[in-house]
Write a protein that binds this ligand. Sequence first.
Ligand code: ARG
Length: 618
Amino acid sequence: MHVSFNLAADLDTVLKSTAAAAGLEDAAAFAPEVRTADPRHGDFQANGVLGYAKARKLNPRATAEKLVAALPDSVREAYDFTIAGPGFINFTLKPTALFAWLRAHDSAAHLRAGAAAAHANQTWVVDYSSPNTAKQMHVGHLRSAVIGEAICRLLEFTGAKVVRDNHLGDWGTQFGKLIYGYKRWADPAALATDAIEELERLYKLGHNATPDGSPALDEARAELVKLQNGDPENVALWQKFSDVSLAAFQQIYDRLGIKFDHNLGESFYNDKVERVYRELTELEIAETSEGALVVFHPEHPRFKTQPFLMRKADGASNYASTDLATALHRVEQFKADGIVVVTDFRQGDHFEQLFLTVKKWFAAKSYRLPELHHVTFGAVTGEDGKALKTRSGDVIKLKDLLNEAEDRAFAIVAEKNPDLPEAGRRDIARAVGLGAVQYADLSQNRSSNYVFSWDKMLALDGNTAPYLLYAVARIHSIFRKLGLDPAGDCHPLDDKPIPTPPREKPDVCHLMDDKHPGARMAFEAGATAFETAAELALARKLAKFPDAIRLAGDTLRPHFLCLYLYELAGEFSAFYTADKVAVDDSGIRARRLMLCARTLLILETGLHLLGLRTLTRM
Ligand code: ARG
């Protein structure tokens, strides 16, 4: 039996062609809308008949019946189906089809091959993290980095070539004051130990020494003008500020598993804004208003009066001009089919105006418009609903937050594993602590504000990283006890324990490394058909992984994947409680081991897509 990777998408395609075969009027316009169903109704549900029939004044139930009668044998073989309510069609996979699906998708390579169709041959530029230089990253910088990385991985998994671009805020008037402070008070020893901390101190000194209207402010402005005009000394200083900032950011990125392809900050676009002014003026998209260059969008309720300011009256470029140049660069240089920018929701207006402008601009140039997405997120707050601060009321530095996560996780791990050597406990604590912070952020719908709670994110049950990491480690231990390698070595390991990998190369998702592309696992040979309710429920959940990936990828909302993984771990737990795995009957044992191996594969794959590191023991 042939089973495709994304069963829901496949059903959708089949139903659409069936509509034509069944002679439905205007069949080309019929969208079946097949989605994962509420398990009480089946595995998948087609919701599209209703809207289609209503719009054409047809009876939806009769339409659904016509459609179902024309379904091809391939669907009849794999599914039981019923028409429900006013015209929904519910599909329930037959156990043989479920079994075939699990058999066919037995390695990371097979999962990836199946998923890759969604964005095959597409290039997506993802602009995320993008902090301002000469300042530390603080807690407010967490979300863009974590959400952005998960989106990159989801897009990559679904076939896209992803360009990770860190759009640093590395240009602006603040550099005048910073250079002013630096030239007077820089402390070489402090620069050597914690450069970025020292730059923050120097900026504050520079800022305090240059109040409005003071001659000192004129001096700071002169430093800025020198920098803008290419004065070698100031340019070298600015370069140094960028370099030390990036080095500090990289330490955070390393901990979060982030590696950028480019760090093309605002400064990179300095010499590219003139072309933007010229083109938008010539194409009569931009106009001069009170000396500034602006774009009005008459079709928009607000932006018809509130224009997009793209060059200030004094001739200076701004965030809008560099972002317009950035969009052009991404299309011309990276050939982007899609652009995703991940920032705080407060930049909503900016990106709405930017995208409206880009659409008009590219249309006028006859450029193909890439998909443009502003991925926004809400604030991180304390449990009191207010901005998260330290006890003394300062902003929390991101590196301190991550350290605290590891320390708190260490305390938990040490309590659970008193016998483990210190280094092992540290390594586990690192994966659990950082994973807890990442997962707490990702598991929320990103549009909401999210309440930062150490206790909740480190809890061993609930929709948390520790719970899921523990589920993964538990399945590893099942295989370890049986002397089997779940990654699919064709030969059982005869009781040899799986060696603990060295610490530098921690036990990352070894299922992701494609060492065993499609190796049929020996322990699965002779598996017999699923029988018990718990086996079937788990198998059904596993087969819905592709639709969870699709949903998270289409909406650019990783929390859908989190929820799926959490529910999968729950089904596994129910199965493991209900059905013994290591039974004597070789057929039953083989099929239960297959369920364990697939659960592990999908949990590890999913957690990796979210940017987490998984563990083989906890
Ligand atoms: N540097 C900006 C900030 O800290 C974010 C930049 C986002 N990307 C962009 N192309 N504007 O808010």
